[in-house]
Design a protein around this ligand. Structure first.
Ligand code: TMP
Length: 250
């Protein structure tokens, strides 16, 4: 809908404290975008379905203990592994091409990887370039805001995220930590503690940049939904007009 035939989708990230309403709003947003004719997909981090995601999930539900640096890197790996999905797909298809040439092809692919060249596009990039808008429930900013709230150095926390795609728009659903704590289901996971969430909120402030917009998450669900959709539609149009993709942390 609209834009040039080869126009790309937008990378939209929703961030905020636990229980700010991100998950409800991102689900509604995708439905609303589809309803008005855009191709849209909902992604979320952590993606608890992968093997790394399962380790994260077990840590969050206090079933396992991990060093703070280790869990930080696992959260980051959970974002990076979206590239590998595409890589496995390519290798599997190459293996199907021609049994005789199979080894040569595979060696070439492995050679490309080992020299650090990336002929293989990340799954995220190919989705965006095919015109799909990605609505992402938490991204690298959560990684940095939560881990640095434990006392880890903020620059150290940012480092493993360098090179991931930078969002076109980050919407911060703003809620006072005390209000979030009153919402249903609070306290079920490791980080859902008031004092910790206050520190996370302060760390998010440091990360705010030109691509960030803030919505008052204490407004009604409908009001948040409406504001969010308007912001995202504006962003989708800018991307359709040819705004280039960039990488974190530019
Ligand atoms: P969720 O409730 O949105 O599934 O997120 C699970 C928790 O993980 C939440 O408290 C935020 C935290 N988190 C990190 O600490 N680092 C990250 O990179 C991400 C994506 C989430």
């Amino acid at each position: 809908r609209g834009g040039k035939a080869d126009s790309r989708g937008a990378l939209v990230v929703l961030e905020g404290l636990d229980r700010c309403g991100k998950t409800t709003q991102s689900t509604r947003l995708v439905k609303n975008l589809e309803r008005v004719g855009y191709s849209a997909e909902l992604w979320r981090f952590p993606d608890r379905t992968t093997s790394v995601g399962k380790m994260i999930s077990s840590y969050l539900s206090n079933e396992s203990q991990l060093d703070d640096h280790t869990i930080h890197l696992l959260f980051s790996a959970n974002r990076w592994e979206k590239r590998l999905v595409m890589l496995f797909f390519v290798v599997r298809n190459l293996a199907k091409i021609d049994q005789d040439e199979n080894n040569v092809w595979l060696q070439n692919v492995l050679g490309i990887i080992s020299t650090g060249q990336t002929l293989v596009k990340s799954l995220m990039e190919s989705k965006l370039k095919s015109g799909t808008t990605l609505v992402v429930d938490r991204y690298s900013y959560s990684g940095v805001a939560f881990s640095s709230a434990k006392g880890l150095d903020i620059e150290w926390c940012k480092a493993p995220e360098i090179g991931l795609l930078a969002p076109d728009l980050v919407v911060y659903l703003d809620i006072p930590p005390e209000k979030a704590a009153e919402r249903g289901g609070y306290g079920g996971e490791r980080y859902e503690q008031l004092e910790f969430q206050k520190k996370v909120g302060q760390n998010y402030q440091v990360l705010h940049g030109p691509t960030w917009k803030i919505i008052d998450a204490c407004s009604s669900m409908e009001e948040v939904e409406e504001q969010l959709q308007k912001m995202v539609l504006d962003c989708v149009k800018t991307c359709q007009e040819g705004k280039p993709l960039s990488c974190l942390w530019s």
